[in-house]
Design a binder for this molecule. Sequence first.
Ligand code: MG
Length: 258
Amino acid sequence: MMIRVFMSALGLVGVASSSAFAQSRPEDTEVWAPKPAFVAPAAASGPPSDAIVLFDGQGLDQWVSSADKSPAAWTVADGVITVDKSKGNIETKRAFQDYQLHLEWRIPADIDGSGQGRGNSGVFLASTGPRDAGYEVQILDSFENQTYVNGQAASVYKQHPPLANASRKPGEWQAYDIVWRAPRFTAAGILASPATVTVLHNGVLVQDNAVLAGETVYIGRPAYRPHGAAPIKLQAHGDPSKPISFRNIWVRELPPRP
Ligand code: MG
C-alpha cells in the first residue's frame, strides 16, 4: 500500500523522471573513488592526525613577529600563550590558503574595561600586512559586555555579526573552529571568488559560510587587494585591558574547492 502511494506520488512528478528511474540502477549514483583520507580524530582534546600543530603548549617556534619576522615574543608559561601587547601582532611562519583552524582563547577572569576595550584580540585568517591587515574574526569578552554586534566576539569584524552569542564567562577557555576559503584572484589581480568563512564558537555555529566583502577595515568599507597564501595572525590590540591567552592551536590544510 505504501509503495503504491509512493508510485502515484512519483507519477505526479512527470513521465520523464519515472522513465529515468526505470533505466538506471542504484549503483549508477554510487561514488567509490577517490576515497576520503582517513584522519584519526583526537582521543580527548588535541589535534587530529593530519593537523599542523601551531601551538602545543611548548613554545612559539611556529610564530614570528608580524612587524619584522623576528621570533615571536609573547609570553609562554604553563602551556599557555599570553599576549604581550608591547610586542605587537604575531603570525605563523607558514603561509596557508584554504584550511580548518582550531584555537582556544581565554579572557582573564579579572578582565577590566568595556566595549571594544575589554579583552580585544582577534585572529586574522590571512595576514596581508604587518599590522591589522587581513580578515579578522574578532576575539573579545562578549559575555556581558555591550558593543556593536558586528564587532563582538565571533563577528567577522565590521562585516558579519555572529548568528548567536556563544560566549563563556571571563576566566573560562573558549574555542573557535574555523573553515576558511581564501579569495582567489586572476593573474590580472581581479577578484575571481571571494573569501568565505564558517565559524563554530564553543561548538555553536556562528558564521555559516559567510561571504566576505574584502579585508577588514576599521574605518570605511572592506575591499579586496590581490594576494596568495598568507600567514595566520593573532592580534595584540592596543586597548589597555588585561591581555588574553591562547592554547591548543592547530590547522588542517584543505584542498581547493572542486
Ligand atoms: Mg580585535
